[in-house]
Write a protein that binds this ligand. Sequence first.
Ligand code: SPV
Ligand code: MG
Length: 567
Amino acid sequence: MNAREPAFIAASRSSRLRQMLTSTQLEFMMEAHNGLSARIVREAGFKAIWGSGLAISAQFGVRDNNEASWTQVVDNLEFMADASDLPILLDGDTGYGNFNNVRRLVRKLEQRGIAGVCIEDKQFPKTNSFINGERQPLAEMDEFCGKIKAGKDSQNDEDFSIVARVEALIAGWGMDEALRRAEAYRQAGADAILIHSKLSRPDEILEFAREWAGRGPLVIVPTKYYSTPTEVFREAGISTVIWANHLIRASTSAMQAVAKEIHASETLVDVEDRIASVNEIFRLQDADEYSEAEDRYLSASRASASAVVLAASRGVGLEAVTADRPKVMLPIAGKPLLRWLVDAFKKQGVNDITVVGGYRADAIETAGIKLVVNERHAETGELASLACAVDALKSDTVISYGDLLFRSYIVRDLVESEAPFSVVVDSSLTEPVNKSVRDFAWCSSPDDRGLFGNKVLLKRVSSELQDADSSEAKLPDGRWVGLLNVRGEGRERLHAVLTTLRARPDFDKLDMPALLNALIEAGEAIEVQYVHGHWRGVNDLEDFRRAGDFAHAQAPLATGAAGGEAQ
Ligand code: SPV
Ligand code: MG
């Protein structure tokens, strides 16, 4: 069983509707006309929905004259039944034809989980009872009884209900005719009688109820005699009251007022707080369930769907150009450094990008990214920033420094790696060319281009060339460029190691190499993807100056000097 399903088997919708009709207490049904309103009716606490012909026609923008075809109505009901688990009683007008159309209607309604149908004794195509009701021809009584019998004979679910609606009072045929018809319809098998009235007082309904004397459930629609206290219906022994059109009317007033106001004011500012928020719409659509399902079903098949970009620092050595922005917002060849990075990720299908800002996070452009802020950026290091984004590590994730430019194949190869952990190491940098070069990487074997494709593992990353713990001072095999891909089960292991590190008193000072080394110490294999140049880090003014040339060379149709040179 699905974990979301309740442990008990809930009564079917049709049996719940039947119970409402036959119960001795007064019950209520609220109109709905589409999936959203059906959900709203359920949330309001109603036990059943009236699938109003008037309201469904109106939301399609057509008249209540069978202008919408019966299949269009039934398709609409399917959305309503999907959006709400309440029983729905369809206002099936005259049954859309003769006995045969009623048979087919009942079967199709059952297939779509509709609990019952109400048919009225007028002729097809009908007109709403409140428009010249007295001019409308009634169906021949026996023919209508045949429709009821045909409907009852064709239902597979014994709880499916057919409600017979008597229009004799609407059409001016009098009380006796109304009672005569109601009795004939009861004997034909109707599960309840809907007695309709267009008077502003409930007199004829109450008289009918008295004469009817409890021979079967009575349903009423007090649209016109709305001011009658509900207690009067209860005392009259009515089974069910239908509030038949109040949601379509409520939404119409709201839409008219808001449309008029926005048109006149040419701004949204005055209406925003008075209408449902976009998030409320998402909630009614059950958007969270979609996100959960996406995590369950999509992430496994994606190479890598998300990235965390560490962008909290101002940039040591870049103070002259970062007074009003963090390093990642420095303009490189016409766009911010961060935008180059984000565009490169998006090009490889890494669309869910979380940027951890800190210094002047307010200046970070947030289009296409999620921004989280490490409020303690001034006194903390990279791992504290990463910890701010742990929620983003729900799918396969590339963790990246924010100050990188690279050729697109580097990210493509990284996200295609099957390993739980993989990093990019540049084998062209094995010596400290200047003080900003850091993150030297020692690997299980050097970059032997002849053995391209061989599995190489990371052994250690450090900014110190001399390894204090090692007896031999071996030259590094390259430099970690600041890209780590975490895939599949690697995510939980990274979480575990991060949790251990967080318990350390010096956690606030730890950087990404500390995480890589801790993973290795915990026994994790971190695969190395060697590159030879083809990337740039922006660590000082000199890097910043040269980054523009590199970026230009990556732009479409660039004629820059990227060539075969190791950029
Ligand atoms: C409907 O809601 O479409 C009805 C009720 O049939 S009434 O409009 O009152 O006829
Ligand atoms: Mg109707």
